[in-house]
Design a protein around this ligand. Sequence first.
Ligand SMILES: Cc1ncc(COP(=O)(O)O)c(C=O)c1O
Length: 383
Amino acid sequence: MTAIEDLKDRIPTTPAFLVDENAILSALDSLAALREKCGCKVLYSIKSLPLTEVMRLAKPYVDGFSVSSLFEARLANEVLTGQGGIHLCTPGIRPDDMTELATLCTHISCNSIRQIRHFESIGDKTASIGLRVNPRLSFTEDARYDPCRQFSKLGVDMDSFLDAGLLNCAKGLHFHTIFGAVNYTPLMQTLHKIEAFLSPHLSKLDWLNFGGGYLYDQIENNDDFCEQVIRLRVDYDLDVFIEPGNALVGKAGYLVATVIDCFQSDGKTIAVLDTSINHLPEVFEYQRQPPLLEQHPNGGYSALLAGSTCLSGDLFGEYRFNRPLEIGDRLTFNQAGAYSLVKANRFNGYNLPDIYAVRNEQIRLLKHHTYQEYRQLWVNDFE
Ligand SMILES: Cc1ncc(COP(=O)(O)O)c(C=O)c1O
């Protein structure tokens, strides 16, 4: 039994989202070792889980945070208090936000030639302005995860970047081409292509940002990665950034739920939980079954785990267990740290999970959502 399975019955109410701080610290340690070995700079991509508790935990180990919006930039600024960089990269910069972003952020990777021209025209800015390039290298067949898909909205083609004569205003380049990679082959191919196009220009830049998408803590051999980072730093005098999200928090998050009803439907056992796919929205978005700590693939009993909303497709999937599920049983979805809580919603008026930090087997309540917050969302602010 895992430590989290041991702890789950000590949680007063469910659904509950647990943040395993020991797991985050261990991911931070492995990123710190990588940083030490090759001199890359590490940013935590807060879009994956922008809990300030997690940001404060990461702060001493990282060179800053990577953000996607004005609100994320403001939150990053509150936590960092000047002790780290704030790097923005998004296709969605609002014209009204640009001036504030240009001073809140230390680095901005523009997503289009229009964006970079806008930032160029802002006089009083502190941010180093660069450009996201799209290397047009696809590493997945599923276009939903592929930043380099056909008609991609993410980044500027390298030849357009050269044609537009942007080398004098771009101080850095950003690329992000993959999701959940467990080896560095895609990165090596991407760097190769970028260098083939841009090597005469790289020494005019200050920085290169490799984006996120790699599960750094799960990749045992990082020699190639380090060799490339060191070469880019030495040959072109570039600062090299990585901005992982999932690698830092993915394995550290758990959603604990309770079985609140059980019945048969067309010969299958349906177990209704006091959570829903709206607390793990990627289950529905990508139609994938989330891992569950209590499942036994060869167990003699199966149940279709269902969420508690009206949507018939609010289903986690069919799982096998060593005994029949009973009302009151607690179940734990693991690997839920990245892109779950941040996308969670209150569809049907069901409350968001309470949030707990877990460290050295101690549980600490961080957040309890209330009816007042729910009500506040839906009542008029102005008559
Ligand atoms: C530009 C950019 N940087 C970083 C990340 C973080 O990626 P991951 O959580 O896979 O490490 C993403 C994720 O979508 C991204 O789009």
